[in-house]
Design a binder for this molecule. Structure first.
Ligand SMILES: [Zn+2]
Length: 504
């Protein structure tokens, strides 16, 4: 590994520092300026040569950022739930919304669409039943009275419940509250620990499950998800999906191949309707709590799906609370299966979504690389693993940084302190994504771009950084080289239009 540590720019910097500290001379302002320039050129986007129009846009952006920093309440230093309104009304956010952001490479299938759509659209369909657990709700669509569910009240037809309810807005708001972590209350008090926030986070998935897995809702939800990202100027998605069993009114069920095929059909239909959208690829996921035998079966199925659906299947990943689950190494037999059999199955592991330094879980980040992961999901712990960090840089294994997720799930409070600040200061391969926007009360990618650009990007990041992040999202995607080239030229056209319309 020692050889990996010899980066050219590190060597240049060492020489500069030697020169700086070698003699006890008075600091030379020219040398100081050169060092500042050198550092600036090393950051994400530091090598981007800006056109005149981009420079004018940059001046506007930096002025907006300066105004943002001078505000009494600085949104990136606050919990997102408290900051959302401030961000939404900031000029910089409005500009970021218009910006073509490339692809969103770290998203989950059940949290693409805002929960208001789920309540106002999905739950108002006929035959929707609801039951109440001690903490949340469950749903099912059925042509007959459904069979009782363990630990849930008896099923009530939602239509009848609404007919009997005086204030249906209150009922709808209370249903919505079970589908998201977002709260108007003090988030620190509602979610005091990681254990609490993760347990409620997983409850929101359970609550949405019966709605989203109903075949007609599943199709509309997926299409609506693409629409919402498209509206936020995102042109491509890579979606982590559990590919659940989908059901119909009469109780008929459909397997993973059907679900994958359906996603593929809807993605193609969406692209046909929106030619400047590139499409969707799916990363099939399993929970990091299942036993080793089940994992073996799931990996076998993943290899088969990858073979049968090469256009839409991107690969495989493990999901769930990392600190509360099994380490990657626990599944080493199953995860070695593709290589052992000579069958391709790219991995996109969540790894290093933790603050537990030196534990077995903390080891995931190095193990993910050992298993040849194509990207690292979150990689929040990467800066504490110098060998893994160098490996990820050398082989272009990009880190999928999801700032709002990391804050809401309690890895960092003030987003100026996010470790991606260090990664971006040296142009480490990173992309920005939103993980579970609907559950965090966000949408698309713009809020996360705001936190990255204004928060840990600080006054240093500029329009070149934004451009680089968008380009990275295509470069580090699972698209083929030809598809990447096509996507990049599509993106460039949209980018040039965005710059010309906003540089004044
Ligand atoms: Zn995730």
């Amino acid at each position: 590994m020692a050889a990996l540590l010899q980066r050219p720019h590190a060597a240049v910097l060492c020489l500069s520092i030697l020169y700086l500290t070698g003699g006890m001379s008075i600091p030379d302002p020219k040398q100081r300026e050169a060092l500042i320039k050198q550092e600036s050129s090393m950051q994400t986007g530091g090598q981007q040569v800006l056109t005149d129009a981009e420079q004018r846009l940059n001046a506007r952006l930096l002025k907006m950022k300066q105004d943002e920093v001078e505000r009494e309440e600085f949104p990136p230093a606050m919990h997102f739930f408290k900051a959302r309104e401030l961000i939404r009304n900031s000029p910089i956010f409005k500009l970021l919304q218009k910006m073509p952001k490339g692809g969103a490479l770290h998203l989950h299938d059940f949290s693409m669409v805002d929960v208001e759509w789920l309540v106002k659209n999905a739950t108002y369909r006929p035959h929707c039943y609801i039951c109440f657990t001690s903490r949340s709700v469950r749903f099912i669509f059925s042509s007959q009275q459904p069979k009782p569910l363990t630990n849930c009240s008896s099923w009530t037809l939602l239509e009848s419940l609404r007919a009997k309810t005086v204030n249906t807005t209150d009922l709808d708001n209370s249903i919505m509250g079970n589908l998201t972590l977002f709260t108007d209350k003090d988030p620190e008090a509602v979610y005091p620990t990681q254990t609490v926030v993760w347990s409620i986070f997983e409850e929101t998935f359970q609550a949405a499950y019966g709605l989203v897995t109903y075949a007609p809702v599943f199709k509309d939800y997926f299409y609506q998800g693409l629409s919402q990202f498209y509206m936020d100027n995102v042109m491509y998605l890579e979606l982590r999906a559990i590919l659940p069993e989908i059901y119909d009114l009469d109780g008929r069920t459909y397997d993973r191949a059907w679900t994958l095929k359906t996603c593929q059909d809807i993605s193609r239909q969406f692209v046909a309707n929106h030619p400047d959208f590139v499409g969707v690829r799916i990363i099939f996921t399993a929970k990091r709590t299942i036993n080793t035998n089940t994992m073996l079966k799931v990996v076998e199925e993943a290899m088969k799906l990858y073979r049968d659906f090469p256009d839409i299947m991107a690969g495989f990943d493990l999901v769930g609370w990392e600190d509360g689950g099994r380490p990657l190494w626990y599944y080493r037999d199953a995860l070695s299966l593709p290589v052992a059999r000579g069958v391709p199955l790219p991995f996109f592991f969540h790894a290093g979504e933790t603050n537990s330094q030196g534990t077995e879980i903390d080891q995931n980040i190095l193990d993910a690389l050992l298993f040849n992961t194509s990207r690292i999901g979150h990689g929040f712990a990467l800066t504490r693993h110098p060998v893994a960090k160098e490996w990820s840089r050398k082989y272009g294994v990009a880190v999928e940084v999801c700032p709002i997720s990391n804050q809401v799930l309690k890895l960092v409070k003030d987003l100026r302190n996010h470790p991606a600040a260090a990664l971006m200061s040296e142009n480490h391969p990173v992309v920005i994504s939103s993980d579970d926007p609907a559950i965090f009360g966000a949408f698309g990618l713009s809020y996360d771009f705001y936190e990255a650009f204004v928060g840990f990007g600080g006054m240093r990041s500029h329009v070149g950084s934004l451009k680089q992040l968008a380009i990275n999202s295509i470069r580090y995607s699972s698209l083929t080289p030809e598809q990447k080239e096509k996507a990049l030229s599509l993106w460039q056209r949209r980018w040039d239009k965005f710059v010309s319309e906003n540089a004044f």
